[in-house]
Design a protein around this ligand. Sequence first.
Ligand code: GLU
Length: 495
Amino acid sequence: MKQVRVRFAPSPTGYLHIGGLRTALYNYLFARHNNGKFILRIEDTDRTRFVEGAIESLIESLHWAGIEYDEGVFIEDGKIVQKGEYGSYIQSERLDIYKKYVDELIEKGYAYYCFCSKERLDKVREEQKIKGLIPKYDGFCRSLSLEEARERIANGEEYVVRLKLPHNKDIKFHDLVRGDIIINTDDIDDQVLLKSDGYPTYHMAVVVDDHLMDITHIVRGEEWLASTPKHVYLYQVFGWEEPTYVHLPTVLNKERKKLSKRHGDVAVEDFREKGYLPEGLVNYLALVGWSPKDNKEIFSMEELIEEFSFERVSKTGGIFDKDKLDWVNGHHIREYDIDKLTDLSIPYLKDAGYIDDKFVKEKYSWIKAMVQTVMESISYLSEIPEKVEVLFDNKVELEDEDALNTLRGEQVPDILNAFKEELNEIEEIDEEFAKGIMKRIQKSTGVKGKNLYMPTRIALTGNNHGPELVNIIYLLGKQNILNRIDYVQENYLKD
Ligand code: GLU
């Protein structure tokens, strides 16, 4: 069998969309599963949509997600470089190649020059719309002779080159997800292949490049399905071997609409900034449109590579469910290496103003202990500051009336005094002390269970709920706890 070669071919028009990341991921999984090659090609022939910095940012997003490729466009030392024997992998650097193939099509009568002005095309479209027809080019320039066309070009007239589709011919192809597809050429436009600015359109460039780069499987979003017959026809007239097509279902929101910026986060960058782990995002995205054999939900990249196949990609759109993403990501957080997780969490704590570089240097292990405590209850890292807020403010603010009532309990002064006495015995709280103190207070005061734990928790944090009390005691340390008890005694206890 031929070596599998697949490509992800984004246009540098902005950020990497979450749907684009999934397309890249499926290409990557398929390539790795089959010991094939994965290529990153940049499709930048639409100069009007080019965005400065977009190539760099999408490469960065792929890299962050752990989606590595073998050939194409890379960033090294902050610069764009290319690797591989099929370059250039940037379409705007391949204009001569496309021109050569466009000329070949014209010579063989499969394409023609078109001189129609924008005004004329608009008018034709308007008329078709009024008649209820699907707008398409009316073939006005199809019958111009080559000599005449060349003369007009020599005279400086602007032109494009269009594909000359035969009338009433069925174009057939097979898609691994959608099955056999037949579309009649009468329903397809004479697509522009070369634009007046000398750049090819996507349709021309994609076919030439996929052929020259020996791409075996074209894996892309289903929005390209309608264009595929044009591509298939080009393969046929060039006499090239056709690749296998795989059109992936669109990533939809819960209302079954296309995920769009207006309805929340769609850029990979957004999820990264919120503190989703690449492992979590990739795991969840793999499940949006693909289902593993046995309903398993938590996967490492290795396991995905092992299990992934196009046979289990669904035809219908994949629903992007943020709650499910949170659940999957939370899972990965809890399995993460604690040192790595601490390092990833530090920027969020710094941004919130709770710690600075000096703090990190002096109290790294304390931060680690704190992260270890909160990782049990978060879905993504930007939730951390809110969860640990109570550790940084010794003014105990009570959450509600209930909290105040609890502190007004009869035995509370005894509990707090016992707490203070215990603390006065030691230099600093260590883990063992933290684990044992509540038992000892229970003994000395005779108060136990909820009556002991609730007021203690509220006195230390102001809240009815939160991380394990042992962890809070350990993380707060002696002085903070003494300050808080003083504060509570002064402000909330009955006189
Ligand atoms: N450049 C196209 C895009 O931005 C790629 C389509 C394809 O993979 O053929 O989606």
